[in-house]
Ligand binder design. Structure first.
Ligand SMILES: NC(=O)c1ccc[n+]([C@@H]2O[C@H](COP(=O)([O-])OP(=O)(O)OC[C@H]3O[C@@H](n4cnc5c(N)ncnc54)[C@H](OP(=O)(O)O)[C@@H]3O)[C@@H](O)[C@H]2O)c1
Length: 330
């Protein structure tokens, strides 16, 4: 089969199209013919991991170190990137009961990666679900990472209907899903992003959008039940005046400082800092499927590229101009 392989870390040029062995499903696995796979934050990070210093990594050093070993210290250990996909089940292992040949599916492989290829195998109990009927393969492929991360993290803070939430980083993979899920949970949602993406975040359903190049949300006297910071660009010290007395400051990206703030705020009453890791599940993916089919969750495509132009696609994402998802049609 054809796959995009990288054998050294570096610029998008390290991504080369190659012939590799087609995987064969184990008894508990399904073989999927991949139709689409997006370029996500994790793909860019893993492609160049050797050159990402602990400081540039948006997580504590003790997360960076095992990630460095997992991805490979000097050369990548996993040759094929791609953590999300949508495609069609081509064959199933002898023990598989939940899926059958011909099912249109979408799923998430996390750090196992491997979706930049014509075929992948997934355990039937993995993060795999029937594709939303109303989405194209390209639209469906772009859903799992952002939606599953945002849903898992929002569930950890038990967002309630009527609460006010601010999402800092609302135009990215996780943030754009968090805006839509915030509305699904019945919250009043304010998204924070840069000027070119104000319209995009508004179109996702945000009640208000703050352009951080024009306005500092910590200075406008608004207060929120939840501030959800995706990239960890804001600080609790500055932002706590924008939190209600029992408000929570949720960080998807954090360092030791925020972990210590979490410890400190957990032992006193009032505002809390929460640093959380997402847990992606098939149950959550099925909920996202239902929300998509009910028109409550959108997948916005910025550009599609053929598999052969993977490097171009990475280059485009690196410009920071995308509004929505960049997807590879396989
Ligand atoms: N906790 C977990 O379990 C977990 C899981 C997965 C990923 N993560 C973390 O999530 C992060 C990646 O998120 P993502 O995939 O959503 O990234 P992404 O798609 O690259 O989006 C990040 C967004 O942040 C915005 N941004 C940049 N500077 C900003 C600023 N100063 N203020 C507000 N927004 C700013 C950018 O858009 P604008 O230019 O429009 O602002 C961009 O769209 C990584 O740090 C990763 O470590 C955490």
């Amino acid at each position: 089969m054809k796959a995009i392989v990288y054998t050294e870390y570096g610029s998008p040029d390290v991504l080369q199209i190659k012939e590799v062995a087609k995987p064969a499903p184990q008894d508990n696995e399904v073989l999927i013919r991949v139709h689409a796979t997006p370029v996500s934050f994790g793909d860019l990070l893993a492609r160049n991991f050797k050159n990402i210093t602990p400081r540039q990594f948006n997580m504590p050093f003790f997360f960076w170190l095992p990630a460095r070993f997992a991805f490979g210290v000097n050369k990548p250990k996993k040759y094929i990137l791609g953590s999300e996909f949508a495609g069609e089940v081509e064959a199933v292992g002898a023990a598989v009961t939940r899926f059958k040949q011909g099912d249109q599916v979408f799923g998430y492989r996390g750090q196992s990666m491997g979706a930049y290829a014509e075929y992948v195998c997934m355990p039937e109990n993995g993060v795999l679900a029937i594709k939303p009927a109303n989405l194209t393969y390209e639209e469906a492929a772009a859903v799992p990472y952002g939606a599953l991360t945002a849903l898992s993290l929002l569930r950890k803070v038990n967002l309630q209907s009527g609460q006010k939430v601010l999402i800092n980083g609302a135009s990215g993979g996780i943030g754009s899903a968090a805006v839509q899920l915030g509305k699904y949970f019945g919250a009043e949602v304010t998204g924070v992003c840069s000027t070119p993406r104000v319209g995009y975040v508004k179109a996702l359903g945000a009640d208000k959008v703050i352009d951080y190049t024009q306005e500092d949300f910590t200075q406008n006297k608004e207060t929120y039940d939840l501030i959800f910071d995706i990239l960890g660009k804001s600080s609790f010290a500055r932002g706590k005046s924008s939190l209600k007395p029992n408000g929570r400051y949720l960080f998807a990206s954090f360092k030791m400082k925020q972990l210590l703030q979490m410890l400190f705020t957990s032992i006193r009453g009032g505002q809390k800092v929460i640093c959380a890791l997402s847990a992606e599940t098939a149950e959550n993916l099925n909920l996202i499927k239902e929300l998509s089919e009910a028109g409550k969750f959108k997948s916005v495509i910025d550009k599609c590229y053929p598999l052969e132009q993977m490097a171009e696609a990475h280059r485009y994402v690196e410009t920071g101009q995308k509004q929505g998802n960049v997807v590879i049609t396989v």
